[in-house]
Design a protein around this ligand. Structure first.
Ligand SMILES: *Cc1c(COP(=O)(O)O)cnc(C)c1O
Length: 412
């Protein structure tokens, strides 16, 4: 259906198409499906750094338990969408002003990432004469195998070393303005293995239980972070959510003597699949025995495949429109490398991919582009125009022009 919309839209336009397209209906139903399968004492937050687009935040706000943020800018984005929705505030480098403003904006939990930060939070809480609820962010000694980016198990700048947690607890205990509510364990990114994710949650339970018992704490929350991944290399073999839920229910059953709320703060897994990046083939050529197509767009809009040096999944949307009398460049059943319009050989979105047919003027529709796409890209390198931004919503479905709701002005 999205292919048809893109095609129809392109037929009516003069300029080459280049757009991010967000399917809000798909986003809603995806989140609802996650929420209905999560055990009762679990809460799903959205980590907005994956994509902080205002329309997506507005769409998600009525469904998720709240938002996870890592800067004052993100807190302000959330507050401009919803004055009261719960916020979890983490991040390794919080300034005095950020912590102070986070408290002012009423964040629900502050994730403390170091001893020094603990002292700063305590200092501000005393000045303000308030009690601040915190989780200690743990930098685990063990890592989760096969995750793409590891924040734990290897030395990183995040959180407090697992070994130092007892010391942090003894530092917190005498602080009257700090309320230690539990532990935070975001430890990886893009894990696509459900069993290892369940194993990780089990491990978080074991540590939290041990600390609670040993130090006689009264924990309310265990935050197991985000990190559930997308398989970009084989889109038909995704993280097995059903399997994860099956095992998660068992793990929670095993720990039901603890009356904790389990927090998930997923980014990629929530918004990746609702986003598409559609852009037009400007040129096709052969250099050094290899075929290339060049797009109106590239890594300045979708940096993820270049950053991770992997292919991004796409389909070809054929466009019949051809306005010239001269020959339309075309390739049939060939391997091509998909390059962007930037003047750097790093501007590649996929290499050596087989296509059955591709012509100049056809559109490549990249899927799973809703997370870490636009938000992590260097938009103004080379000063090409930014992509348009479209939102699809079944509620608007009267005719195709209505389905495509173009919100150009809010796009910066
Ligand atoms: C980035 C981040 C997330 C979200 O990560 P995903 O891999 O997108 O799920 C959650 N928590 C913290 C602390 C993060 O830094």
């Amino acid at each position: 259906m999205i292919e048809n919309i893109v095609q129809t839209y392109r037929m009516k336009q003069e300029k080459p198409l280049c757009a991010y397209i967000y399917d809000l209906s798909k986003l809603r139903s995806h989140v609802e499906a996650l929420l209905t399968t999560l055990p009762e004492n679990c809460q799903l937050f959205y980590a907005i750094k994956a994509n902080s687009d205002e329309t997506l935040l507005k769409t998600l706000a009525p469904h998720v338990s709240g938002f996870e943020v890592a800067s004052l800018g993100e807190i302000e984005k959330v507050r401009s969408v919803d004055q009261h929705i719960p916020i979890l505030f983490g991040g390794p480098g919080k300034t005095y002003e950020e912590i102070d403003m986070a408290i002012h904006h009423g964040v629900t939990l502050l994730h403390v990432e170091s001893f020094h930060e603990l002292n700063v939070v305590n200092h501000i809480a005393k000045q303000r004469e308030v009690s601040v609820s915190i989780l200690l962010r743990v930098n685990l000694r063990r890592s989760v195998p096969n995750a793409k980016l590891k924040m734990a198990g290897v030395p990183t700048q995040f959180g407090i070393d697992e070994k130092e947690i007892p010391k942090a607890i003894s530092l917190v205990n005498p602080m009257p303005n700090i309320n230690l509510c539990g532990f935070h364990f975001h430890a990886m990114s893009n894990n696509i293995d459900a069993m290892s994710h369940a194993y990780f949650v089990d491990h978080c339970f074991a540590l939290s239980r041990a600390w609670e018992n040993e130090f006689n704490l009264d924990i309310s929350y265990m935050n197991v972070g985000g990190g559930i991944g997308i398989n970009y290399l084989d889109i038909h073999d995704q993280f097995n959510w059903e399997e994860f839920m099956l095992v998660l229910h068992k793990i929670i059953e095993k720990n039901k003597d603890k009356n904790w709320q389990i927090l998930f703060e997923c980014g990629r897994y929530i918004t990746s699949s609702c986003g598409y990046y559609a852009t037009e083939v400007l040129d096709i050529k052969q250099n050094h025995e290899q075929y290339f197509c060049v797009l109106r767009g590239g890594s300045h809009h979708l940096r993820l495949p270049a950053a991770w040096k992997q292919n991004h999944p796409f389909t070809v949307v054929p466009v019949e429109k051809w306005s010239y009398s001269f020959e339309r460049p075309e390739l049939v059943n060939t391997n091509i490398t998909v390059a962007g319009e930037l003047c750097t050989p790093n501007d590649v979105l996929a290499r050596d991919v087989n296509i059955t047919r591709l012509r100049v003027g056809d559109i490549l529709l990249f899927s799973y582009a809703g997370a870490y796409g636009w938000s992590i890209s260097h938009h103004d390198f080379l000063s090409h125009p930014h992509p348009d931004r479209f939102y699809l919503d079944q509620n608007l479905q009267e005719n195709e022009l209505l389905i495509i709701k173009e919100i150009r002005n809010s796009f910066q």
